[in-house]
Design a protein around this ligand. Structure first.
Ligand code: KIV
Length: 301
């Protein structure tokens, strides 16, 4: 009997396939979990081959890839288009897909149908849902449909209009209490991991110590079980000032701009393409063509 791979590109035995069980093991052994977003085949391959544990097709693609103002407009079909591409690029990492705004808030049945699409059509292994204790029952239903769910609490971008902006959450005692209740409720509901976004370090540390599920922080300090950042943020492809928690590891914008400008300059100065970069006729065809052209020229004389 062969071992059937779980995940996108065929599992070739190199590296190890990360599953939701792996995340628990990593938490147990205090080994930091790594997660990055990816939205297309190329970035998915690069992230996966660099050994990142989890690839998140975040609804942040609304801004980074599609140029929307916030995450509210992106649809299930738009998300699926990207999830499928990422799935084709991922071999070892756990593939998580964000359920976009409107795909799970309206009707639990629709939520399960939409979650199922991410698994069946997109190849996602986990779906992510924003919101705390009010989502616990829904999360149980989705897990009952055999779909692992990641929770996401704190600064939840789909609630931007309710939060009146992107604001750090849990800065006062009632906020902290609510976040603790949210975390515990989602842990009890059985989430595969819990994303903590935009909350004070001290609160993220308390949640991480309290829950069995691995916490993955973004703007939530170093005590989380893992960290996630947006791919475009770490390589400077976001066209704006980065948030406080973003660390830039590279400047893809500079590399791309230089490359594009150099191409333009080469074309305009006839430096591109060179003879080496051109295709040539086979020798006998060239000789035959020369003969034909010579005859035509002779006739014209
Ligand atoms: O959409 C996204 O990129 C996310 C992460 C910031 C956690 O949800």
């Amino acid at each position: 009997m062969s071992i059937t791979p779980i995940g996108g590109r065929p599992f070739d035995g190199s590296g190890r396939k990360i599953t939701t069980a792996t995340l628990r093991e990593l938490k147990l052994h205090h080994e930091p979990i790594t997660c990055l977003t990816a939205y297309d085949y190329a970035s998915a391959r690069l992230v996966d081959e660099a050994g990142i544990d989890m690839v998140l097709v975040g609804d942040s693609l609304a801004q980074t890839m599609l140029g929307y103002e916030n995450t509210l407009s992106v649809t299930v079909d738009e998300m699926l288009h990207h999830v499928k591409a990422v799935h084709r690029g991922v071999r070892n990492a756990l593939l998580i897909a964000d359920m976009p705004y409107g795909s799970y808030q309206v009707d639990p049945k629709d939520a399960i149908t939409n979650a199922t699409r991410f698994v069946k059509e997109g190849g996602a292994e986990v779906v992510k849902i924003e919101g705390g204790e009010k989502r616990a029952d829904l999360i149980r239903h989705i897990i009952d449909a055999e779909i692992p769910v990641a929770g996401h609490i704190g600064l939840t971008p789909q609630s931007v209009n309710v939060m009146c902006g992107y604001k750090v959450q849990g800065k006062n005692l009632s906020g902290i209490e609510q976040l603790m209740r949210d975390a515990v409720a989602l842990d009890r509901a059985g989430v595969a991991c819990l994303y903590l976004e935009g909350i004070p370090r001290e609160v993220a540390a308390m949640i991480t110590a309290e829950v069995g599920t691995p916490t993955i922080g973004i703007g939530a300090g170093p005590e989380c079980d893992g960290q996630v950042l947006v791919f475009h943020d770490i390589v400077n492809l976001t066209f704006g000032p980065p948030a406080k928690f973003v660390r830039r590891y590279g400047d893809a914008a500079a590399v791309i701009t230089q490359s594009v400008q150099a191409f333009r300059a080469d074309v305009r100065s006839h430096q591109y393409p060179s003879d080496e970069e051109s295709y040539h006729l086979p020798k006998d065809t060239k000789a035959a063509l020369d003969t034909v052209m010579e005859r035509k020229r002779a006739l014209r004389r």
